[in-house]
Design a protein around this ligand. Structure first.
Ligand code: C2E
Ligand code: CA
Ligand code: CA
Ligand code: CA
Length: 279
């Protein structure tokens, strides 16, 4: 009787119940976010060695009525575990493609690329290709300006399926960047088998490149690997000039990070491009 009593007490633990309720509430709010038009895209600059804007990464934000702008770390896992990531991911892609279609008419903006993050769960869905192709049809986006960011986890299982889908999209002109490179647990063998265009050096290595010999060695070999596989390379999470200088000295010529700009609205990106063109 004592044991079951203890269990009963645990079950009605108010803090646990509060956490569960909060999660249920969050999930139902996430389900409604699409119809209430609460999703936003922010864009973070990507620059070349002279600091010129070459593209942007699209980063999802949730405009919550009470909590304000919520960052993806707080909701992407729940979107993934509930399957909502498929609809939200499609919204992200469509928004980015509309932006590219809009920029296509402007000589100042039509050379920018937009990188879109694709969740491995979204990529593995059976109807992923159909949904993406419908977005392309609806938006008529210039697909040469579109980059999809995928992560190594995509290639741990069902690698052939992932490769087939990538090849279909590449045939339409879409490019692929491998995000968070070096943080996964998979072997490097897949690199040669996949139609990738870019390696993105993870910010955890970039931010320690001056302090840690091990991280510097990882970054150096990533740059060398990209070169020998004929891939572009970009460093993310660059926060100070000394990191950029080190990266440049070691052959990396594309950068993203707070040093060049935080994720901002599309209006801010367009204003920066205009300002640059008159500079
Ligand atoms: P990520 O793809 O690795 O994106 C880079 C993250 O690093 C972004 O965080 C960005 O704001 C942040 N960042 C950029 N530069 C710096 C820097 O110099 N220093 C530091 N400390 N951080 C920097 P954010 O926007 O909070 O996104 C977090 C993660 O959420 C992303 O990591 C990505 O995995 C995921 N995510 C964001 N948007 C989407 C989306 O539309 N779809 C999917 N599936 N995932 C997304
Ligand atoms: Ca990314
Ligand atoms: Ca990343
Ligand atoms: Ca990351």
């Amino acid at each position: 009787a004592k044991a079951s009593g203890r269990r009963a007490v645990r079950f009605f633990d108010p803090s646990m119940q509060a956490k569960l309720l909060a999660k249920v509430k969050l999930e139902s709010e996430l389900r409604q976010a699409l119809e209430h038009q609460q999703w936003r895209l922010h864009y973070q600059p990507q620059v070349d060695r002279l600091g010129r804007l070459i593209g942007v990464e699209a980063l999802l934000r949730w405009q919550h009525p009470e909590r304000g702008l919520v960052s993806p770390g707080e909701f992407i896992p729940l979107l993934e575990s509930t399957g909502l990531i498929n609809d939200v991911g499609e919204w992200v892609l469509e928004e980015a493609c509309q932006q590219l279609a809009q920029w296509a008419g402007s000589p100042l903006l039509n050379r920018l690329t937009i990188s879109v993050n694709i969740s491995p769960l979204q990529f593995r869905e059976n109807n992923f290709l159909q949904r993406v192709e419908q977005v392309f049809q609806r938006t008529q986006a210039p697909l040469e300006q579109l980059k999809l960011e995928v992560t190594e986890t995509l290639f741990v299982e069902a690698r052939d399926d992932a490769r087939d889908k990538m090849l279909s999209l590449k045939a339409l002109g879409v490019r692929f960047s491998l995000d968070d490179f070096g943080t996964g647990y998979s072997s490097l063998a897949y690199l040669a088998q996949l139609p990738l265009d870019q390696l993105k050096i993870d910010q955890s290595f970039v931010q320690q490149v001056l302090e840690s010999k091990a991280n510097a060695a990882i970054v150096e070999s990533t740059i060398a690997l990209a070169k020998s596989l004929n891939l572009d390379v970009i460093a993310e999470g660059v926060e100070v000039e000394a990191q950029q200088a080190w990266l440049m000295a070691h052959g990396c010529h594309a950068f993203q990070g707070y040093l060049f700009g935080r994720p901002v609205s599309v209006n801010d990106i367009e204003a920066a491009v205009l300002a640059q063109s008159y500079a």
